[in-house]
Ligand binder design. Sequence first.
Ligand code: NCD
Ligand code: ZN
Length: 347
Amino acid sequence: MSQSLTIPRPDDWHLHLRDGAVLRAVLPETARHFARAIIMPNLVPPVVTAADARAYRDRIMAALPEGMDFTPLMTLYLTEDTDPADVARAHAEGLITAVKLYPAGATTNSASGVRDFDRVRGVLEAMAEAGCPLCVHGEVTDPEIDIFDREAVFIDRVLDPLRRATPGLRVIMEHITTRNGVDYVKANDAGLGGTITTHHLIINRNHLLVGGIKPHYYCLPVAKREEHRQALRAAATSGDARFFLGTDSAPHTDPNKESACGCAGCFTATNTLPLLAHVFEEERALDRLEGFASSHGPGFYGLPVNARTLTLVKSDTPTQFPDKIDTGDGPVTVFDPGFPVYWSVAG
Ligand code: NCD
Ligand code: ZN
């Protein structure tokens, strides 16, 4: 007996596409299922000006295979030198959809991020005025703070003061990994959203560390203990419009992951939607997948829900996903949930 679910085409509200050979290899994996995605600007060097964003958008569109319909929603990487007028202009022109805040040193390619939050106050005020949202990587970088506590401490030390200092700024707390993140989003108004990744709904820190270290489960923010995964599952499947999908699909080639100092990032673009159908079915919330993957995000960003649809089907035999995606720079391993998944995307 096959079962199916048709939803408006989903969007990915946090995606890493990289550049060059990796961009060309991973872009079809997203464009096959998603209509739009918020494109992370943490290239080397980062996408910091409107001119950088325009050039990167052109490279993405040039890499899109014929016949695929996909719109990249560009972001700028906030630095202490960002010009408020450049941001406001790029947003008004529709060139950028959001600005990304990385605390300096928090994650992959974040060296140009913010150290002194007072130095970006003018940009944040211009964004609040222009209605341009801020996407936030919510982890402190203080070496004294345990890596498993960095999100919770960030809320108290940085995020809450920043939001109070800039009323009216719309903020997305991205890839939340803790009950603290869920509770903070719930305790605020609709001006604060929270994205949740596919992998954080599936793995906890045991998956990463028990029985041998699993480099392909290492990402930032790092997976936390089981009670936090349960809180994320409850939030994602709750129907609360402040929570929506941002996969944080972050390709690194195998040699860079399977190393003495492996890169952070899980690559989930290929199988995210079947995995989400599996998770939402487990939580008896299949009817809420549409909100999480297709309508809450557009609602937050003030964009229309996609008119095209996507159909997920469940069959009696497990779906075979590719183990790896080949790129001109080497293979990228596809996230393995560690259990059989019977859902797939039709067509
Ligand atoms: C991301 C990357 O590889 O660019 N890695 C990750 O683990 N999520 C950076 C990020 O979003 O933190
Ligand atoms: Zn990311």
